[in-house]
Design a protein around this ligand. Structure first.
Ligand code: ADP
Length: 478
């Protein structure tokens, strides 16, 4: 019991773990994407707009310095004072040797110093430069361009912007996304836990039911609510268990019926032998009579075992390869065999048969079917009775009917007479040497070859059995 619950916990845990982990992995991937991609895109957009505005500010300054032949502190300062306010954090103007001629920063002004900002160095070799970074909650953008006079670089303009406004917007967006991510993560984890627990609970119930049935509790059924696949598996499992229970019950009934059938002649044999042994000076005539009785009980035993073996063979699903068998010669052979018995019972047997009634089966099977039906018809028809056989072909079927004018079958028993060991009148059947297996052998044999069998009472009295086999259309001739 301990191992079962341990295994159950293991399965439960591992499934729950797998479900949980997959949900968490998926949501983690989505959240990572949500937290990076839009931010990167918006950062990039800001960079681009900064590049445009800063570069256009720089080019405005460059063009205002454009008319000068040489840049000096004086003429640059003069030009810059008349230039309109750009709103930039810092503007530097250098000459061609990168010496600072103008600086908007008042404290720590770089005027008169040489500067080696990368952007300025680049501008002095003739390139426009722009860099932008986002750190510590601010966008820092730098741009510079060369100042030309008649195609000659005479200096460079450098602009620097420190922007916290747009950075604050981006930060706000970032923290909103983060908050949203936390809420989504908590919701998804909670949802996945509830879902996976429900799922593993259902699987656990199913597993439990499978184990119980495996241990022999065939009446156990599982109840799984819902309409999902697991509930469907539960339903399928229940119907499988139904079948298993029925098969098990019929197997038990068969074994107990078979033992009971074998017990009766064995008990008779024991009784007869005891009587012979215990009777002193038994006269030879009585002894012979007893021994004859023992012989007939032994015959009965061998008939039962033969029938049982035949049924077991039919159950085993091993079919002999079929051949095309003409039914008429087999029917005539059975009639010859039964002639004496019928005569003894004063029963007239007649037949009507069409030519070319061939079926795919084995000769033995056809023989068995006709013999059992005819034997029953003679057995259950009193002296002076009539048995009529009819063999015909109709719509791709070969139809054999065996009709008698005997006792008939009570209507309520008709559906059960093909069951194993089922007899309408046990004493009468035993007396007539029946085993109660004949019709079930016939029915199984016919069905194995795709045929059907039915029984009915005739309006004029007596029973009629009708066998239908699929007609053979050009097979292997037996
Ligand atoms: P049995 O060995 O008892 O004849 P079967 O399986 O051949 O067993 O038949 C089952 C029961 O069906 C018989 O016990 C009998 O009651 C009934 N039965 C079969 N054939 C006929 C028939 N031709 N007329 C009346 N009853 C029949």
């Amino acid at each position: 019991m301990a191992t079962i619950s341990k295994a159950k916990t293991l399965v439960k845990n591992s499934l729950q773990l797998k479900f949980g982990l997959s949900y968490i992995l998926i949501i983690a991937a989505v959240l990572i994407l949500l937290n990076t991609y839009p931010l990167l895109v918006s950062e990039n957009l800001v960079f681009r707009s900064k590049a445009t505005t800063l570069q256009s500010s720089v080019s405005v300054i460059v063009s205002s310095l454009g008319g000068l032949e040489k840049l000096t502190e004086d003429n640059v300062t003069q030009t810059m004072t008349v230039a309109e306010d750009t709103g930039l954090s810092r503007i530097l103007v250098t000459d061609a040797s990168s010496r600072v001629l103008y600086d908007t920063r008042e404290t720590g002004s770089a005027v008169g110093h040489y500067t080696f900002y990368t952007e300025i160095v680049q501008a002095l070799v003739g390139n426009d430069a722009f860099t932008c970074s986002y750190e510590n909650g601010a966008f820092r953008s730098r741009a510079s361009s060369p100042v030309l006079y008649q195609g000659r670089i005479i200096g460079a303009v450098y602009a620097y912007e420190y922007d916290t406004e747009e950075a604050a917007l981006l930060k706000g967006f970032q923290s909103n996304v983060q908050r949203l991510s936390v809420i989504i993560a908590v919701l998804v984890i909670a949802f996945s836990m509830v879902l996976s627990r429900a799922l593993t609970r259902k699987i656990g119930e199913l597993l439990d039911a499978i184990r119980r049935v495996r241990e022999g509790a065939y009446s156990h059924r599982t109840v799984i609510h819902g309409h999902d696949e697991i509930a469907q598996i539960g339903d399928e499992f229940n119907s499988l268990t139904d079948r298993l229970q029925k098969t098990e019950e019929s197997r038990r009934r068969f074994v107990s019926d078979a033992s009971h059938e074998l017990k009766t002649p064995l008990a008779a044999i024991r009784l007869l032998t005891d009587s012979i042994l215990q009777t002193d000076n038994i006269d030879p005539a009585t002894a012979r009579e007893f021994v004859a009785d023992i012989g007939s009980e032994a015959n009965r035993l061998s008939r039962i075992t033969e029938d049982l073996l035949r049924l077991t063979r039919l159950d085993s699903d091993v079919l002999e390869p079929p051949a095309e068998v003409d039914v008429l010669p087999v029917l005539q052979q059975v009639l010859r065999m039964m002639e004496l018995i019928a005569e003894e019972k004063a029963v007239t047997v007649t037949y009507e048969a069409a030519e070319g009634c061939t079926v795919l089966a084995t000769r033995d099977e056809i023989h068995q079917v006709i013999y059992n039906l005819l034997d029953n018809a003679v057995k259950y028809t009193g002296p002076g009775g009539r048995v009529e056989l009819r063999l015909e072909r109709e719509d791709g079927w070969v139809i054999l009917s065996v009709a008698d004018n005997g006792v008939g079958i009570p209507e309520g028993d008709i559906p059960r007479i093909f069951e194993r060991f089922y007899r309408v009148d046990k004493a009468r059947s035993r007396e007539a040497g029946g085993t109660g297996l004949g019709l079930s052998i016939v029915s199984d044999t016919v069905k194995k070859r795709g045929g059907t069998i039915s029984a009915a009472n005739r309006p004029e009295g007596g029973a009629v059995f009708t066998v239908r086999w699929p007609a053979a259309e050009g097979g292997i001739q037996a």
